[in-house]
Design a protein around this ligand. Structure first.
Ligand SMILES: NC(=O)c1ccc[n+]([C@@H]2O[C@H](COP(=O)([O-])OP(=O)(O)OC[C@H]3O[C@@H](n4cnc5c(N)ncnc54)[C@H](OP(=O)(O)O)[C@@H]3O)[C@@H](O)[C@H]2O)c1
Length: 406
């Protein structure tokens, strides 16, 4: 229906009609993003075929997934579980392997053309580099890959001329808004944050919060590490660095705004002040599906957004002083070189120590800050150098964790 004399834009036809089949390698299929990806596959069997799957330790779920989706190859990162996996898949004509190299091999399996990178942490970096070398399309959930190796990853992406499509909901939102930009310059990227479970908690109570409280995200259902990162605002910090690399944005152009309802997934502002936003329920299936369907759109993976049910949307600035992880990430991002790699490694150790109840919630940013201070920055030159820095920063952070005080 035309409401004005502006010519009608024909509504896009959303169909499930045939198009080129995607042949997927899903790295981290046993995790939250991996399971949501397989749900998208279930809804689109005529569009997606699973060629390889990888897990970390959860061999039972990996075996169940392999039985359902019949990939050619499955890999479990922890070799301790290979025998169990092999037995569970006996007679299935599925190649089973284990170890870090086997996870990398999963992207090289014949027929794979698209990789969903959903391993958690810096462990995702090498498989993504291999996927780029194979010139596959990459649907990137694993933000740590860009935090650790941003400049080298982006150089490789450009050299290989591959599509790196964001899966993170904020970056998917920015990417979707950019489809309407007609290459006009942006003035700002505005990344929304839920604020996490402690958004309204007085600063003096943060030292007492428990792991169980930190794992209760108000809006999103996600893996453990990213849920703790969301509570500390480190997740937003990692996303700022991710946005810097994905969209070639200066840090001065990236703003974070807390939006507790998580309906607006992010916004872009053009040079004339006009702002575009992408909205949806907080559910990862849509950004995962869009990364797979881009530039097309498929049938909705969930109920449509109902603005009457949303009722109201609110916004507030992040509490940078009370949640220093966000500032640490801006500092590391601006410093560049190896510093984001150090930040990420220290954070992975800090989250692990917090989840094991060895350090308190407020000691997470303290440990990261101290680890960063003990490193002299240098340019990021090679992936091997970054892997060595990652390893060293983990050891420094683990040692400091024994002595850390807020
Ligand atoms: N969850 C979300 O909604 C969401 C949203 C945006 C972005 N992301 C990003 O997506 C990535 C995955 O997040 P997630 O929430 O899905 O995490 P998750 O539920 O913890 O899943 C992580 C996956 O990685 C595997 N894994 C863990 N360590 C590994 C290693 N060393 N080598 C190989 N595989 C390993 C796990 O295997 P096992 O479970 O078998 O051990 C699992 O399959 C993270 O980078 C996160 O920041 C997540």
């Amino acid at each position: 229906m035309c409401l004005s004399n502006i010519p009608c834009v024909k509504m896009a036809e959303i169909t499930n009609q045939c198009e080129d089949m995607k042949n997927l390698a899903i790295l981290g299929s046993t995790g939250s993003i991996g399971r949501n990806t397989l749900e998208v596959v279930r809804n689109n069997p005529q569009k997606i075929r699973v060629r390889s799957l990888t897990g970390g330790k959860n061999w039972q779920l990996l075996a169940e997934q392999a039985v359902e989706f019949s990939p050619d190859f499955v890999a479990i990162a922890d070799p301790a579980y290979e025998t169990m996996l092999r037995h569970a898949l006996a007679g299935k004509n599925i190649t089973v392997a284990s170890g870090e190299d086997a996870v990398i091999e999963a992207v090289t399996i014949a027929g794979v053309d698209t990789v969903v990178a959903a391993i958690v942490g810096a462990a995702g970096l090498k498989p993504v580099m291999e996927a780029i070398a194979c010139r596959h399309q990459i649907c990137l959930a694993n933000k740590e890959t860009l935090v650790v190796g941003g400049s080298l990853v982006m150089e490789a992406v450009k050299r290989a001329e591959v599509d790196l499509i964001p899966v993170d909901s904020e970056h998917s939102a920015i990417f979707q808004c950019l489809q309407a930009s007609q290459n006009n310059p942006l003035r700002k990227i505005i990344i929304t944050a839920s604020g996490g479970p402690f958004r309204c908690m007085p600063a003096e109570q943060l030292a007492e919060v428990t792991v169980e409280q930190a794992l209760k995200h108000p809006n999103w259902s996600m893996g453990g590490k990213i849920t703790i990162d969301s509570a500390s605002l480190m997740n937003k910090g990692l996303e700022v660095i991710e946005a810097h690399w994905l969209f070639d944005a200066d840090y001065s152009q990236i703003e974070v705004i807390v939006h507790p309802q998580s309906i607006i997934h992010s916004l872009i502002e053009f040079s004339d002040g006009s702002v575009l936003a992408q909205l949806g329920w907080p559910d990862m299936k849509l950004p995962i599906q869009y990364a797979l369907s881009w530039p097309k759109r498929w049938m909705p993976p969930q109920a449509a957004l109902d603005m009457a049910r949303v009722a109201s949307m609110t916004f507030e600035p992040p509490r940078m002083n009370d949640f220093p992880c966000l500032q640490h990430a801006f500092d590391a991002g601006r410093a560049g070189g190896i510093m984001p790699c150090v930040l990420n490694a220290a954070n992975e150790i800090a989250v692990r120590e917090f989840m094991h109840k060895k350090i308190s919630f407020v000691e997470i940013p303290a440990l990261i800050g101290q680890t960063m201070k003990s490193f002299k920055n240098e340019p990021a030159a090679t992936i091997d150098q970054l892997i060595e820095v990652d390893d060293r920063a983990r050891r420094v952070a683990a040692e400091l964790a024994g002595t850390i005080h807020e």
